[in-house]
Structure formats: structure tokens, C-alpha cells
Design a protein. Sequence first.
Length: 94
Amino acid sequence: MITVFLAIALSVPFFGVIVDLIGSTTITCLNFILPPFFYMCLSDSDKTRKMSVLVRAYCWHMVVVGIFGMGLSFYKVRWQLTYQASNAIDVIKC
């Protein structure tokens, strides 16, 4: 088991960036985008429960903020990965 973990750790040189990349996409979806979107879908499917305009506007606000945050964090992680990869190539050339 330790050998498998060692092989994974040695095969991925920038493990922190990979975790940041996965986290930037999944955490923002799970916290900001999906809950208000599913709440709107569920309240629209139920005919006895109506959603006010302010609640619907707040839900769409959370979806937009989540998409913006996901794009911003994805850009940051992509820049960080490019920066670390270029520094690794410079170290190898020396």
C-alpha cells in the first residue's frame, strides 16, 4: 500500500496544483451553483409551493457568483500550473 502511494506521489510532480484544480471546480459547484439551482427546479416542479421574485433573484445571484468564482479560481490554478511547469523546465535546463 505504501508503495502504491509512493508511486502516485512520484508520478505527479505538482500534486498541490492538481488538488487546487479539482477543488476550484467541484467545491464552487457544490456550494454555490447546484444548491440554488436545484432549489429553483424543485420549487418550480411543486405546484403548491411558489417562489417569490426576490428569492429567485437571490438564487440566480448565487449561481452567477459561483460561476464567476469558479472561472476566476480555475484561471488562477491554470496560471499557477503554467508557472510551476515553466520553472521546472528552467531547473532541468540548468
